[in-house]
Design a protein around this ligand. Structure first.
Ligand SMILES: [Zn+2]
Length: 282
């Protein structure tokens, strides 16, 4: 768990041996042996262009390693055809230091993500890596998937962006997604990392847990789950939720479920069990 120090800084949930960088280990390394079958399968699945979650080199996935480091997709690679060589392993603490430093620049971030040149190619973690490590700073999450689904981005680029997902519009999305977090637009890179980090901290302080779904204004979504199936489910449900809202707006406006109804719904044992099973992929 994390706790807040007198200065407002967070202490990591990790044990000392997990947070200590390994000797001689730079912040980012290229080590394809750390890429699991599960991460690769999830990346290919989210990257399938028929699902319209990403095109070209959009989006990225990551998985938490037992030693606290994160395997994240490399910059410029395509999710649909990614191989183990298209990932980079990063340490969380140095990148959190970058996010929280007043002086750090985009150039500092770009350099921190470089894992050297291997087999004739410069390997660099995605410029959106800060989104993945910010999640891990607050609470461990086995898998994170970031995509740009057309339907959701459409809504997040509309006049309804900030309020669209404030209330649930049907019960199944409440079960699968829980309460999402909206993060206003910031340029991908250190700016987005900082805004995302601060919004995530506010959410964590308020709810004591991370959101399963984070909506990035004019940008995309971040799905956080303990299993690849959880990331799949949250991503798919966010697309459906966006489509339902767009349909409701076009039919005169959305009529959300009441807070009272949602509170009762979440109090049901069968719903709590379903949420648990969905998150763990069982
Ligand atoms: Zn993105």
């Amino acid at each position: 768990m994390v706790r807040v120090t007198a200065t407002g800084a967070y202490l990591s949930w990790r044990t000392p041996e997990m947070t200590s960088p390994r000797p001689d280990s730079p912040g980012a390394v290229w080590d394809p042996s750390q890429v699991s079958d599960e991460l690769l399968t999830l990346t290919h699945s989210l990257g399938d262009t028929r699902r319209d979650l990403v095109i070209l080199a959009e989006g990225n996935t990551s998985a938490l390693l037992p030693d606290g480091r994160v395997v994240v997709k490399a910059s410029g690679s395509n999710m649909a055809s990614a191989t183990r060589e298209d990932f980079v392993v990063v340490d969380v603490p140095p990148l959190i230091d970058l996010i929280t430093s007043q002086e750090a620049t985009q150039q500092d971030l770009t350099e921190a993500l470089v894992a050297g040149e291997h087999e004739g190619r410069l390997r660099r973690a995605s410029i959106e890596t800060l989104v993945h490590v910010a999640v891990q700073h607050f609470a461990p999450a086995a898998y994170v998937g970031h995509t740009h689904p057309t339907t959701v981005v459409g809504l997040l680029a509309s006049v309804h962006a900030e309020t669209a997902f404030e209330k649930f519009v049907y019960s199944d999305e409440a079960v699968v997604i829980g309460r999402p977090l909206f993060v206003p637009y910031a340029q991908p890179g250190i700016d987005l990392g900082r805004v995302f980090f601060h919004q995530l901290r506010r959410y964590f302080e308020q709810h004591g847990e991370l959101p399963s779904l984070i909506l990035l204004g004019n940008h995309g979504i971040v799905a956080v789950a303990p299993s690849p199936q959880g990331v799949e489910g949250i991503s798919a449900m966010s697309v459906k939720g966006a489509a339902v809202r767009i349909a409701a707006y076009s039919a005169g406006g959305a009529a959300p479920l009441s807070d009272e109804s949602i509170t009762k719904f979440f109090a049901r044992d069968d719903i709590a069990e379903r949420r648990h099973n969905l998150a763990s992929g069982s």
